[in-house]
Design a protein. Structure first.
Lengths: 335, 257
């Protein structure tokens, strides 16, 4: 894998330069570069063991980097308690959120509010506000001990939000949830977009595709690609059009094969698939050919890859070359 | 700071820990004098015909000393069990990681946790002593309340030291069981050290126990006044306890969670 340089963006909320963490002889994170644009939901993807959690822990100061540096909201992250003030700007949800089981959610969030310096009444109000946001207000006075995984996850998000953070770091926020819990958590994350820059690590690609606007993929501790999601998918698209006409499929095929931009035309059941060397020409000419041949169009679409397709290309055996193909050009603006 | 204090008190109540140590020490406060009172009756009942058992005369001091002995051995062992996970458990559960990504100073967290729980150990020990004084008075005759409570305070200083090293080991290692194992070692080593080198027994941490015991008069052993060595040992216990708090902070200051 190659450690690609970050796409330069104006004032990234998080800037990571050459971040490295070594455990014994194992390089969990290897000269990682990231630039997370402010106000985006940044899907931080990678296979299990690729270094996502280690990176997030270094960003929170819970782990010390072996080399490199990280900046959040312009301030350098330092390990241990050196970054206490920076922590007012950062909310963190661990993969398995932990609480005092003998507290109620209301008490726990009020306690966290107190750590942020809120008065007792303000902390209590903030706790209720957040419990309403995450849908736990009706369980506000129950002990956390009996909470399900989904409820703990939502409470974990609430505790990360107490300080009204500029940056929210979420480690696998939905991966252990059932479909309903997952949908609720993802909707919650999407709703937070206007309040904070969100980094969401995950290996569940559907989740990320549903909410993320930017993507960073790491593999074996190094950045493979970083790009706006929309651009990443566009760049990864195979130039293949899928065409379905009501009648006259053979005429349509002949017409396509006569075009200089049509490299290959395949029939699959009632569909025609045309691989093109010139996307724009194909976009312009296909409707014209249908009109000329007086055919009735049922469907015309460009085959769009899913994030999973892209991810598998990036971290699969041909990952390095695929990464070069889809990497955002330097200086590209956020989508 | 007040939010951390509130949390510590709430934790003592909600986990019912506030009951655990007081119950243990109060139990010893009752059983210590009771054993001294009942021992002659028990031995008499066990003696066979023609067998003559001569026991020295006992008084309230003996009953109270019995409490101190039980408190020193089993009471402090119970304290180690109660506190072996005070830091290690929170680290293992992940709650420390949740706390330390918030704007909270690690020393503040440790100092409050140390202060509240250290005070709880001392209060538990003194509560047991108070019960022992009252019960010894009831069963064995009028007690020397002042001397007994002074002795209990010296024992309490040693109890704080035991709590402090348990606190330290709980931060040093990740496993609560390992923290308990390490904490038990000095509990048994200190009494032996004094037998190898007398000044350590007198002026060292264990010296407060010898001085405390000597304060209590019994029919066979008159009470002794507090000497300078008792205050030296008291100072050493308190100083070592604070040093262990600082050492705990050093262990946790850059700890990776």
């Amino acid at each position: 894998m190659t450690g690609a340089a970050p796409a330069a963006t104006p004032e990234p909320a998080i800037h990571v330069r050459g971040l490295t963490r070594v455990f014994g002889s194992f390089r969990a994170v290897d000269e990682l570069h990231l630039a997370v644009p402010a106000g985006e939901i940044y899907g931080f993807l990678g296979p299990n063991g690729s270094g996502k959690t280690t990176t997030l822990k270094m960003l929170t100061g819970l782990l010390a980097p072996s080399a490199g540096e990280a900046y959040i909201a312009g301030e350098r992250v330092r390990p241990g308690e050196a970054s206490v003030e920076l922590r007012r700007k950062v909310g963190f949800l661990a993969e398995e959120p932990a609480f005092y089981p003998w507290m109620t959610p209301q008490e726990f969030l009020s306690f966290v509010g107190g750590l942020f310096g809120l008065s007792r009444s303000r902390a209590s109000d903030r706790a209720r506000e957040l419990l309403a946001t995450v849908g736990l207000l009706d369980r506000a006075d129950d002990r956390i001990r009996g909470f399900s995984r989904g409820m703990r996850q939502r409470l974990g998000i609430a505790q990360a939000l107490v300080g009204d953070p500029e940056v929210l770091l979420l480690d696998e926020p939905a991966s252990a949830l059932d479909p309903i819990g997952r949908r609720e958590v993802l909707e919650l994350i999407a709703a937070l977009k206007d309040h904070a820059t969100i980094v969401m690590s995950s290996h569940v690609l559907d989740d990320v595709q549903r909410v993320a606007t930017w993507i960073g993929v790491i593999s074996q501790g190094a950045l493979v690609v970083e790009s706006p999601l929309r651009d990443l998918l566009r760049r990864s698209a195979q130039p293949v059009f899928q065409i379905e006409v009501a009648e006259g499929r053979e005429r349509m095929r002949s017409a396509l094969e006569a075009e200089p931009w049509a490299q290959e035309v395949l029939e699959e059941g009632t569909l025609l698939r045309v691989l093109t060397s010139d996307l724009e020409a194909a976009e312009r000419r296909i409707p014209a050919l249908i009109t000329r041949e007086e055919l009735r169009l049922v469907d015309l679409s460009l085959l769009v890859p899913t994030l999973e397709d892209v991810f598998l290309r990036l971290v699969g055996p041909t990952g390095a070359s695929a990464a070069d193909e889809v990497q955002a050009p330097a200086g590209e603006e956020p989508a | 700071m007040s939010v951390l204090l509130r949390k510590e008190f709430l934790e003592l109540v909600r986990t019912r820990r506030f009951l655990a140590l007081p119950l243990v020490f109060v139990f010893f406060g009752i059983s210590g004098p009771a054993v001294i009172r009942l021992l002659p009756l028990l031995l008499e009942g066990a003696a066979t015909e023609g067998m003559q058992i001569v026991l020295p005369e006992t008084g309230p001091g003996d009953g109270f000393l019995q409490y101190l002995e039980l408190a020193r051995q089993l009471g402090l062992l119970a304290a180690i069990v109660v506190f072996m996970n005070i830091i290690a458990g929170e680290r293992k559960d992940g709650i420390l990681a949740v706390l330390f990504v918030k704007p909270v100073r690690r020393f503040s967290y440790l100092a409050v946790r140390f202060g509240v729980n250290g005070a709880y150990v001392i209060v538990s020990m003194l509560l047991g002593a108070l019960v022992a004084v009252l019960y010894a008075g009831l069963l064995l005759g009028p007690p020397e309340v002042g001397a007994m409570m002074a002795a209990a305070c010296l024992y309490a200083a040693y109890s704080l030291l035991v709590f402090s090293w348990t606190f330290f080991f709980s931060a040093l290692v990740r496993s609560p069981a390992a923290a308990a194992g390490l904490s038990v070692i000095p509990l048994f080593v200190f009494p032996f050290l004094g037998t190898f080198w007398a000044p350590l027994g007198t002026y060292g941490p264990y010296g407060v126990l010898a001085a405390g015991g000597a304060l209590i008069g019994t029919p066979t052993s008159p009470a002794a006044a507090l000497g300078v060595e008792a205050f030296a040992s008291l100072g050493l216990n308190l100083g070592l306890s604070l040093l262990l708090l600082v050492a705990t902070y050093a262990a946790l200051r850059k700890a990776e969670l």
